[in-house]
Design a protein around this ligand. Sequence first.
Ligand SMILES: [Cu+2]
Length: 126
Amino acid sequence: MKIARAFRFLVLVSALGLAFAACGGGSGGGPGSSPSAAAGGGTPSLTIQGFAFSPDTLTAPAGDRVRIAITNEDSTTHSFTLDDGGATADVPPGQTVRVSVTWPASGSVGFHCRFHPSMTGTLAVA
Ligand SMILES: [Cu+2]
């Protein structure tokens, strides 16, 4: 009984994951990589549009390893770069890039776009 319920939940989560993947689909040939990493408490997402991060603040528990999906809806390359240098990734126009980030132990850490320093945001401890 319990197991059946858990299984159903897993199926639902997988379906959601597929829907997400389908959404981001550009011109075919997408990465066929396994979406199994989604099993760690959800993947927060950031959208870049109009030279701004949305939302500009993400929260997670202190010290968590979190995978963030960043989608660039502008027509120029942006980046997601932690102010403390802990992670960086370029995000080409129209694409979604996933970055693994270790959340700060306390307080918050800023992030920015290395190409456009006026684009900023914050990772805050929940
Ligand atoms: Cu930028």
